[in-house]
Design a protein around this ligand. Structure first.
Ligand SMILES: NC(=O)c1ccc[n+]([C@@H]2O[C@H](COP(=O)([O-])OP(=O)(O)OC[C@H]3O[C@@H](n4cnc5c(N)ncnc54)[C@H](O)[C@@H]3O)[C@@H](O)[C@H]2O)c1
Length: 603
């Protein structure tokens, strides 16, 4: 018969335990909370008080409900108080000896039917369960921080877990308003195993001066819709915890990508543990504050990673810019149409070049359709619509570009085609005109060296749909002139975008961080560790990503995903970047995602 868990024990009322106790009590469950001593108990209850007071001040909880919630929390320092609970959740610090000791005590205290759950993020549940006399009733319940806010609980089973225990816990998690996913006992479970490879990669990127911490974080927020950038998220998680989690994932995966980045270790050793100590990748107003006090924007320091690598040093702000009035766009695809609209709406005169009149009509139709939508949504007026259209001229003749100040190439992702086009542009563009490529994976330097003026060539990687996505990655090569970089930064800002600077390496910032993560998700699926639904749910609900990895891969296209993963693998030669065989097979089978109505899901 299912257990109803009217009373649940929570051992350790720290960051996680306090949050778990609050969630349970809020759902009407009696909680028996246990702490080490009076001081830590007061601190634990203080966490709950602080969090519920905030909920009251935000109108999310009434004062009466808060008082009732506190009435259901019975907290003390005597562990034997949990003996009457049907479930006890352990949330003491992430040290195996502490956890073992608490579990042994609980095992001795509680009747044999009591379920013991551990909130560990990285230790082996199997090992912890095996140390008790009831391994079939010891499981992992991995909550996310902050527990009252985050919607996911991973329930971790071992090979000996009683299925009835899992069913009972799934019911409980649903009852308290969270989403449960069940997974096996593997380091990092689902969410952390995928998240931490990505976070570590971001630290390595910073370490290599590939981009600034602000630009890495902004790229993932504005390019992928993540609620936080990876470095700010690490500061929130705690760099010591992150180090331990990565280390334990590395010990099972043996994948170099999980070996904690040296910079992480250095910060931990220096006592810079993130928000909790007031300093980590960023500096905060005070310990536990979320207010960053040392933010540096690309306005104040134009630090180009490629420039640094080439020994040209940090580029200071105030670099002169070149005047830009007229922008030429070559191409008629999704990206080109989006850029034409953004540029024209921002007040630039735009010349678009297509290979025939039919294509020109096509772009005009797309532009009108998109502007009509903006009018219908009240974003622009009819007059602005007319003015935007009046700013766009179309031509089939590249020679018309002779008067353009900035020429943006957005044709097919094929190096030979792009190089030939750059040579052609070189012959007609006026001296001093800036030539930009929108390539998402080819080296910008290859386009630059196809011209006689590599100092004027730069990468401008927009995101789809360009009208909506705020990010533009600006990619100077080792030969790009400072005023060229400064100018495209300014143009992107004038177009309402958030530009970031990054080195001319495959994937720039976003794709270099995103696609290895997508590939990792495919490998997790391939290993039958979790299914598509569980993995997508874990990342969406546990990490607040707008889409799960399979949902995203189906939108991007599996062929495009594979091509980018291959490019990254070839450039960085990281064994962990090798495309997952399942991804290759799906592409070979013609399952390319939404566009073929079948990818990881059937659409
Ligand atoms: N912080 C996170 O983001 C996060 C997320 C998911 C899971 N976890 C896991 O949750 C667990 C707790 O982490 P935390 O961040 O809440 O740590 P924490 O240090 O904030 O809290 C641990 C609490 O346990 C208390 N404690 C220590 N020994 C005890 C004992 N024998 N009996 C009773 N109380 C005891 C401590 O006084 C402290 O208040 C860890 O296993 C951690 O890996 C943490």
């Amino acid at each position: 018969m299912a257990q109803d868990f009217a009373k649940v024990g929570v051992v350790g009322l720290g960051t996680m335990g306090a949050g778990i106790a609050e969630v349970l009590a809020r759902a009407g469950i009696d909680v028996v909370g246990v702490e080490l001593n009076d001081e830590t108990l007061a601190r634990g209850l203080g966490h709950i008080r602080h969090s519920t007071d905030r909920a009251v001040s935000r109108g999310k909880l009434t004062e009466a409900d808060r008082d009732a919630l506190f009435g259901r929390i019975h907290a003390g320092t005597d562990l034997s108080a949990v003996a009457a609970c049907g479930l006890v959740v352990e949330a003491v610090p992430e040290r195996i000896e502490d956890k073992r000791a608490v579990l042994a005590e609980l095992d001795a205290l509680c009747p044999s039917g009591t379920i013991i759950a551990t909130n560990t993020s990285s230790l082996s549940i199997t090992e912890l369960a095996a140390g008790t006399s009831r391994p079939s009733r010891v499981v992992g319940t991995h909550w996310f921080n902050p527990a009252p806010v985050m919607g996911l609980v991973e329930i971790i089973r071992t090979v000996v877990t009683d299925p009835a225990v899992l069913a009972d816990l799934e019911m409980l998690v649903t009852k308290v308003g969270k989403t449960a996913v069940v997974a096996g006992d593997r380091a990092g479970f689902i969410a952390n195993a995928l998240l931490f490879g990505y976070l570590n990669n971001a630290v390595r990127m910073l370490e290599a001066h590939y981009a600034t911490r602000e630009d890495i974080d902004a790229a993932m927020r504005f390019g992928c819709g993540h609620p936080m950038g990876p470095l700010a998220l690490l500061d929130l998680i705690g760099l010591d915890a992150a180090y331990e989690i990565l280390d334990s994932i590395y010990h099972t995966s043996r994948d170099h990508l999980h070996a904690p980045a040296p910079l992480l270790k250095q910060l931990v050793t220096a006592g810079m543990l993130g928000r909790k100590t007031g300093r980590g990748f960023y500096t905060y107003a005070a310990p536990d504050s979320s207010e960053i006090v040392d933010a540096v924007t690309s306005d104040s320091v134009m630090s180009s990673a490629s420039g640094t690598a080439a020994g040209t040093g940090t580029r200071r702000s105030g670099a002169p810019t070149r005047p830009v009035r007229t922008i030429g766009v070559i191409g008629t695809g999704t990206m080109a149409s989006g850029i034409i609209e953004v540029a024209a709406r921002s007040g630039y005169d735009v010349v678009l070049r297509a290979r025939g009149q039919a294509k020109i009509a096509d772009v005009r139709k797309k532009l009108e359709w998109s502007l009509d939508k903006a009018v219908a949504k009240g974003r622009i007026t009819l007059d602005e619509r007319a003015a935007t259209l009046a700013r766009v001229r179309a031509t089939t003749d590249l020679a018309t570009f002779a008067d353009c100040d900035l020429i943006i190439e957005a044709v097919v992702e094929d190096l030979e085609v792009k190089r030939a086009l750059f040579a052609e542009i070189d012959a007609i563009a006026r001296p001093g005109a800036i030539l930009a490529t929108t390539t998402s994976s080819l080296p910008v330097i290859e386009c630059a060296t196809a011209t006689s003026r590599p100092q004027d060539v730069v990468g401008m990687h927009w995101f789809n749909p360009a009208q909506v996505m705020r990010l533009v990655e600006i990619v100077p090569t080792v030969l790009t002139a400072d005023d060229v970089t400064a100018t495209v930064l300014e143009v992107a800002r004038a177009a309402g975008k958030h530009p970031v600077l990054c080195a001319d390496r495959a994937g720039f910032i976003v794709n270099a961080l995103l696609f290895p993560y997508l590939n990792d998700a495919v490998r997790m699926l391939e290993a039958h560790y979790a299914d598509v639904e569980a993995i997508d749910t874990a990342m969406k609900v546990g990490c607040a990503h707008p889409m799960g990895p399979f949902e995203l891969a189906d939108v991007v296209g599996l062929d495009v995903t594979l091509a980018i993963v291959r490019t990254l693998y070839l450039e960085f030669r990281e064994p962990g970047y090798a495309p997952a065989p399942l991804l290759e097979h799906l592409v070979k089978a013609g399952y390319l995602g939404r566009k073929t109505r079948r990818g990881f899901r059937v659409h």
